[in-house]
Write a protein that binds this ligand. Sequence first.
Ligand SMILES: Cc1ncc(COP(=O)(O)O)c(C=O)c1O
Length: 456
Amino acid sequence: MVLSNPEFFVTHTISLQKELFPMKEKVDLSLFPVTAGINSLGHLTLAGHDLVTLAETYGTPLYLYDGATVRGQLDRLKSLIKTSYPGEATIAYASKAYFSRAFAAKLAALGAGSDVVSLGEIHVAQKAGFSAEVIHLHGNNKSEAELLAALQWNIQAIVVDSLDELAFLETLAAAQKRPARIWLRITPDLNVNTHPHIATSHSDSKFGLHIQNGEAAEAIRRSLASPWLKLAGLHTHLGSQIFDAEPYQQAINALCEVAAANNFIPEELSPGGGWGVRYTNADSADDAELWVCTVADALQEACSRYKWPLPRLVLEPGRWLVARAGVAVYTVGAQKTTPDGTHIVAIDGGLADNPRVALYNAHYTARVVQRASADPTEKVRVVGKFCETGDVLIPETHLPPVKRGDLLVTPVSGAYQLSMASNYNYASRPTALWLEEGSVEVMQTREQPDQSGWLV
Ligand SMILES: Cc1ncc(COP(=O)(O)O)c(C=O)c1O
């Protein structure tokens, strides 16, 4: 009777096997890039490369990007868009998450567009081979040089952020006798559930043209009336590390409503980026299906409401595309235990290559590269080497016992770390590598104190 119950049979057999052959639970590498593994030496590997060997060759701190994970994320987004949105669409990578020439060239070759925010990012995008029609320029205070560079390159859109900028750009475009193709960044005055430093769409935000005070409507009217401004689309960006799709639906409705009220039919519509990723196992699942489907449905419903043709949908993910693809590798140095009983493990990087903990109270996990499957038995605080008490990488975590020279690796380090890295304490910004099975490519080399033009 009992044995005929297949469920009981399977559970019972497994627990019997566990008793007879106690085996280590499979190590959870789900926060790491998709190619992560542990080799016969017990070392962590990515795309088949032993991280101990990479650290010996390139030094630490070291940033590693896994090509397969970047491609996987991009393919997932493409397929979600294909099944949920029947109109044209572009994925414009938010280059602020991480950009170097080699990295940008990979994304350009994979068919992504890019959102850029500075002369530097425009330059990298040009050198990397992006075509102008997949580039748009953001920023709440673009310089004349940035606006002129965008006009001359004839990019898809300059995303106008304020009425002040609208007037400034109109003057520049008239002087150049070159009409500016623009989108308007609309602020829907919505609160989203994320850290206040990465929320951008509330009514007190420095970004965008607010709907609430009439700026958005005014900007649409002025743009449509100007011979030097070619209004092509509307944009909004709600913030970053968001897991709730409802504000996207509300924002799309608000943008379409203000457009319709001012007789503007957008050719392009961008609800920005911002979909969240898992940094630790406490974070929600982070597949983008809910985000893409909500955006696609909201836009189609709005278009059928106003009897518009479907605009080109432009998604602007940064973190979601690249965060999981990157890891940071550090070397353990000094350790101590405070009178309060906190055991402190110091690494050779920290605040200068990853300011996210100090800026946003971001949470990370770490593993010891050389003993990747060892049990985390010791409660520790992982701190950096910089002269700030706030230079803490992980306030509290568990690690196996570590010693000087061990390597620590933090997963989910591909976004807003290297791109925000500083030279605080004259730190050298780290090397970054792109990994494929069988190949390693240096995308960015560690700065050197004797490098010309750096320390004079
Ligand atoms: C205008 C704009 N678009 C897209 C992004 C990308 O956000 P995320 O990396 O959270 O997807 C940002 C990030 O700040 C942004 O400012």
